[in-house]
Design a protein around this ligand. Structure first.
Ligand code: SF4
Length: 288
């Protein structure tokens, strides 16, 4: 990580042995992880802990978010064998919490919802005890697609709001703030037992008040869990970092979020949406 970053963004390297073993299993089955595609700063730590967030439906995205390192372009057709393959890898890694995400597939009529559902079912068959978390795109707001995923009954349904409403046109030009909130409301309304989760990045020029407004909107949509982390620019082609937000401000975000009723909040410079997902799930599940 660049040495001109503030000290709170420096990270110790995790034990390499376990990291390589996990990577080998992933490569053997030719699976993608968002950890790698999005150049996540916690990649080493997660791999060393024997976990990864699986990226289904290919590694090419049909959208062009200005903060995201995932490759953009025309995707390949979905691999029908992927759900089974992923389930086998999750079993080989002995995961207790499986996180599944995808690129956005606006080219598919259902946005890939059926593939998500098939993957959830395949993991359930092989790992009935594991908790399953999905991190989905917005499916263009299609109720039927959201319903397809809800019906497959994941334990956690995550959809990231990513940034404050004012910055949507710059940060997520093909997304819609209200549509993302509506997705979360819809999930909660259809399946109150599924934990809903969302996350956003800071350091893109937003104010504390704007972040607080997003938190309020998410709570209004019934969102249970929140993650907040520092935006890091993947390359000079991506949006510039406007500010390094100090750790105390992340603490203040967390305090505000807990005050307005989130069940759990992870807020810190290196927090990403699946960071400590397993611990976070355990915490939620044992509150009830
Ligand atoms: S839709 Fe998701 S994967 Fe695609 S560019 Fe945006 S953030 Fe990246």
């Amino acid at each position: 990580m660049a040495s001109d970053f503030p000290s709170w963004l420096h990270k110790k390297l995790p034990p390499v042995g376990k990291m390589i073993a996990t990577e080998e299993i992933l490569n053997r089955y030719d699976l993608h992880t968002i950890c790698e595609s999005a150049m996540c700063p916690n990649q080493g730590e997660c791999l060393a802990a024997g976990t990864a967030t699986f990226l289904i439906l290919g590694d090419r995205c049909t959208r062009n978010c200005r903060f995201c390192a995932v490759t953009k372009g025309v995707p390949l057709p979905p691999d029908p064998g992927e759900p089974e393959k992923l389930a086998r890898v999750a079993a080989a890694l002995e995961l207790r919490h499986v996180v599944i995400t995808s690129v956005t597939r606006d080219d598919l009529p259902d946005g890939g919802a059926g593939h998500f559902a098939g993957t959830i079912q395949a993991v359930r068959r092989l790992l009935p005890e594991a908790a399953i978390e999905v991190l989905t795109p917005d499916f263009k707001g299609l109720a039927q697609s959201i319903e397809t995923v809800v019906t497959a009954n994941p334990d956690v349904f995550n959809h990231n709001i990513e940034t404050v409403q004012r910055l949507y046109a710059v940060v997520r030009p093909e997304a819609d703030y209200r549509r993302s909130l509506d997705l979360l409301s819809y999930v909660k309304e259809k399946a109150p037992g599924i934990y809903t989760k969302s996350g956003l990045m800071v350091g893109l020029g937003e104010s504390f008040g704007e972040v607080a407004a997003v938190m309020g909107d998410l709570r209004h949509a019934g969102c249970d869990v929140l993650t907040i982390g520092q935006y890091l620019r993947p390359s000079p082609r991506h949006l510039a970092i406007r500010r390094f937000v100090p750790p105390e401000e992340f603490d203040a975000f967390k305090e505000r979020a807990m005050q307005i009723g989130f069940l759990h909040v992870e807020s810190g410079p290196l927090v990403r949406s699946s960071y400590h997902a397993q611990e976070l799930w355990y915490y939620c599940d044992h509150q009830h």
